[in-house]
Ligand binder design. Structure first.
Ligand SMILES: [Fe+2]
Length: 96
């Protein structure tokens, strides 16, 4: 929720209108599949925030880029926690 408020504030500051459309939640048995779906979502989120940070830098929006980096720290922790729970290394999402 804190991340959503931060991003919504940034969009509002830039004159945009935040949307409220959320991605569908995938469910499946066994529970391990749910962890894998969560990990995929974290990977997608990290890729998207990295791209947004690069775009902000290119536009000279350094403060917004910094806020996005702070969110990225949390998302990368989530990714590491999920990978650890699955007994795997955190995926390399540096390439799209
Ligand atoms: Fe997350």
């Amino acid at each position: 929720m804190a991340h959503a408020l931060t991003i919504a504030g940034q969009i509002d500051d830039l004159g945009g209108q935040p949307t409220v459309t959320v991605k569908p939640v995938k469910t499946s048995e066994p529970e391990e599949n749910m962890l894998r779906f969560d990990l995929e979502n974290e990977n997608d989120t990290i890729r998207a925030y990295r791209e947004r940070a690069r775009q902000c830098e290119a536009l000279g929006e350094y403060a917004i880029a910094e806020q996005i980096r702070e969110i990225l720290i949390d998302e990368q922790e989530h990714q590491t926690d999920l990978a650890t729970a699955l007994g795997i290394d955190a995926p390399d999402v540096s390439r799209s």
